[in-house]
Design a protein around this ligand. Structure first.
Ligand code: QAP
Ligand code: CO
Length: 174
């Protein structure tokens, strides 16, 4: 299964992702392709909509203290719902769909989510630290929200200018 990243300002990133109802082999095939794709592109989190599948599914693989991303740490999260949120934390975020741009974003420090695994089993997960931030970032994708939407007006304008310049450069070096 060949996946391609959808990059800002592509409108497909703005769709609201649909609830997953069939926990079948086509879902498993997509998840099986998303994980290696994410590692290859140096990602720690990827929502299905970022590879043009607008369904409520995401994968996360937070690096351990040695910077490794062992498969045991892979999390597949389907139909997540946040049931608890508390505190505040700031982290310099990036996104595979907004390449080469990183900015401080405020998130909840602790969250609890209910979600389903690839077989449709219901799970609960309590998260803090980078995992909590990553889950919130990826859950935003399911609503068509990008981290750059959370910037102040002035920072967003600066971003748009920088990003356009970068895309022009990319075109010329192709
Ligand atoms: C979301 O982000 C996230 O610009 C996952 O050139 C962000 O995997 C979770 C990436 C911050 C927690 C904290 C970005 C790769 C990867 C780039 C990513 C790039 C190459 C971003
Ligand atoms: Co993202």
């Amino acid at each position: 299964m060949k996946l391609n990243i959808v990059e800002y300002p592509d409108k497909r990133l703005r769709k609201k992702s649909k609830e997953v109802t069939d926990f079948d082999s086509s879902l498993h095939k997509l998840l099986d392709a998303m994980h290696p794709f994410m590692l290859k592109t140096n990602g720690i989190g990827l929502a299905a909509i970022q590879v043009d599948y607008p369904i409520r599914a995401l994968v996360l693989n937070i690096p351990d203290d040695d910077g490794e991303q062992p498969i045991e740490n892979l999390l597949e999260i389907i139909n997540p719902v946040m049931t608890y949120k508390n505190g505040e934390t700031t982290y310099q975020e990036g996104c595979l769909s907004v390449p080469q741009f990183y900015e401080d974003i405020k998130r909840y420090e602790n969250i609890v989510i209910n979600y389903q695994d690839r077989y449709g089993n219901t799970k609960t997960l309590e998260a803090d630290g980078l995992l909590s931030i990553a889950i919130q970032h990826e859950m935003d994708h399911l609503e068509g929200i990008l981290f750059i939407d959370k910037l102040s007006y002035a920072r967003r304008k600066k971003f748009e200018k920088e990003y356009k310049r970068m895309q022009k450069e990319k075109k010329h070096t192709k």
